[in-house]
Design a protein around this ligand. Structure first.
Ligand code: SF4
Ligand code: FES
Length: 227
């Protein structure tokens, strides 16, 4: 049996077990910590930093930090709210996010977080980068304007042999997540839908069926993220 330990999140006592991350312990206790790159049952890589929490004045990512007995975690402070908001703003200015025309609007985690953190005008200048649309010869359209490089598609979208449909291209600031040219030609309808669903934004769109779910009835239209 796993050893039970106690931690505190914003003063709330939680009993959990030793091998959990802070994010997992919080989730099990219905405490919301925002995430973007995290995807359940995959190894967290701390790409986005939106899940940053504080322990003893140190900022750490909740998705990668294991719990320890007696840990006192801050998840809801002005500083963290502002940091998380600034991450959302950076993601908005470094891409081209045209929400009103996006099939994922209302189901988009980035948009929902922008609402949650009350983003109006980002504090950073818009970069308006020149981005590609990649769609030839497959069932999906990969819109690079909206990709936030969270890598959830790389981690979760594979064929039966474990081969990945998405890959990285370039490094550092130029990093892009692109479909594998050969693999993507073979993607099934079902996997294409899964890729679209697992992407937190509208960067992977399954072709041909659009706006099946009317605006106003989508996930975050009904319930704000984190509620
Ligand atoms: S396509 Fe979507 S899931 Fe893949 S890295 Fe970009 S934002 Fe993340
Ligand atoms: S969700 Fe933890 S770093 Fe992205």
């Amino acid at each position: 049996m796993e050893k039970e330990i106690k931690i505190w999140i914003d003063g709330t006592e939680i009993t959990t077990s030793k091998n959990k991350t802070i994010l997992e312990a919080a989730k099990e206790n219905n405490i919301y910590i925002p995430t973007l790159c995290y995807f359940v049952n995959t190894e967290p890589k701390a790409n986005c930093r939106i899940c940053t929490i504080m322990i003893n004045n140190r900022m750490l990512t909740a998705c990668t930090t294991p719990v320890a007995d007696g840990m006192e975690i801050q998840n809801n402070t002005e500083e963290l709210t502002d940091l998380r908001k600034s991450i959302i703003e950076l993601l908005f200015v470094s891409g081209n996010h045209f929400c009103p025309t996006c099939e994922k609007s209302g189901n988009c985690e980035l948009q929902a977080l922008a609402y949650k953190y009350k983003m109006l005008v980002p504090r950073f200048p818009y970069e308006f980068p020149h981005k590609q649309m990649i769609g030839k010869g497959s069932k999906i359209l990969k819109d690079q304007n909206r990709c936030i490089a969270c890598k959830r598609c790389i981690k979760t979208i594979k064929d039966k042999k474990g081969r990945r449909y998405f890959a990285t291209k370039y490094r550092g600031y130029k990093l892009e997540i692109v479909p594998d040219e050969e693999m993507i030609k073979t993607i099934s309808e079902e996997t294409a839908q899964q890729a679209m669903d697992n992407c937190p934004v509208g960067s992977i769109i399954k072709k041909e069926i659009g706006f099946n779910m009317p605006i106003g009835t989508r996930k975050f239209d009904k319930t704000p993220i984190g509620k």
